[in-house]
Design a protein. Sequence first.
Length: 599
Amino acid sequence: MTSSSARIDALRELLARHQVAALVVPSADPHLSEYLPEHWQGRAWASGFTGSVGTLIVTPSFAGLWVDSRYFTQADAQLAGSSITRMSLPASGSAAHIDWLGENVPKGGAVAVFGDVLGYAASKALKSALEKRGATLRTDLDLVGEAWTDRPPLPAAAIYEHVAPHATVTRAAKIARLRAAMTEKGAAWHFVSTLDDVAWLLNLRGADVDYNPVFLAHLLVGPSEVVLFVGEGKVPPEIAARLAADGVRLAPYADAKSALAALPADAALLLDPARVTLGLTLAVPGHVKVVEAMNPTVPFKAQKTDEEIAHVRATMEKDGAALAELFSWLEGALARGERVTELTIDEQACAARKRRGYVGPSFATIAGWNANGAMPHYRATPESHATIEGDGLLLVDSGGQYLGGTTDITRVVAIGAVSAEQKRDVTAVLKGMIQLSLARFPRGVRGGLLDAIARAPIWATLSDYGHGTGHGVGYFLAVHEGPQGISPGAAALAHATMEPGMITSNEPGLYRPGRWGVRIENLVLTVPAGKSELGEFLAFETLTLCPIDVRCIDPTQLDARERAWLDAYHAEVRKRLAPLVEGEAHAWLLRATEPLPSW
């Protein structure tokens, strides 16, 4: 079956065979990961849409893919000519697809979602909507698995250790801290499925998921033993021995459910509803007391230690030097008349970072020329990409995984002549990024409350953007990490508070569909800003080191505070990167970090 229409037809045959009214295919795996191994990319297989977020619903007479505004253009292109309708989510995290089911599923009908990839928290909202409709939820059917006859196997890459000096806290110390937190919550047992939590706790890394150095595994933490459920042969014997010395026993990956089912009658089990699937929770016996709370490892890993922060600062210098080489090469290549494409940008970015010792990219590079830059999650492919020629704006969003940290940066580059309208947009975005960089706020404030600071200068131009302003970033882990976030939706999340040691992106944007896109992104560290009689306050330290292309902006639209920030930032970039680059990259860096001209 080579087309999405044929695959939808095959799924409809299974709907009829199993007497199911609708099938829901989320973008998820048994660990609720953002980036999925090929084995779990069922939604992409069935629909042909390759974006990282989206939900497919198939009925006997309808097929729809729900995506938010970040993916509208991509989904329209990839669904063109298929039998699948692109449906709109008002915002990331919206439940519009559940509302649709609640209105369109026949009364008494059954909706199938494979329980192993359905989030426990999400299942509650789905069940509620179906019950109101008089419909039922079936989680025992893997219809995509039945139809996908050439499904790739589970990944088998070997696991390795993240060791000192970059691993700054021992595995034993992390496990002890976790058990203390479990005790505070009244639980002697804790089940963990999220891959970055497992990797962080055990100081292990892997290569099972693109861009994130993690591996497929579940973890059961008990009073005296930790059980790691992982694929056979993935853990080398010498690492298995060191794990055993720290009280960690290996078990087959498939045995996680049976281990939950065998918990003792007096067990109190800590589960995070937002980070475990319904299929796993159904394995827990009724006699077990379930304590629902966020995984303690989530805030633990979000607040980096002083030693980790020192490594991140050094990593930012390596990454910044690589980017200086990238952008100086780009300037020179275009001046020499060489053909440069969006794909070339990706190749050169990876090559520059590889020379600086990175492990791999932290996400798929977004190199968008003019109209392609207006798609926030655009990705060039050999079949569809643009050549960088003429006048306009090139948006480059890229990042690297290093042993000492994870990077994520976006810059907009002027190519040829830049119009006044383009400069207005870039300047508005830069003003928003600077305003958030300068913000001071009470400790514990929810990140969503900071979002408007970055949007205000953009709103002033009667513009907006359809994604969040910031996401947490891991330490040689996931480039998107919780619990904090700077977005409108994060304002209501109790755990999305800003705390010292958190690393968060600062990336406002502005997108003109079919014309150009603007996003400027730095990573920032939450740091103490002082105390007063009114409380404790925090601020941001900018971590990312890379010049901002002032050829794209109108400096007259910056106020004195914004100009001072930009000049000071460029002075810091020059001071820290100049010793690390030479030749053309050094000359480019000096030109790119000149202070703004006087008024």
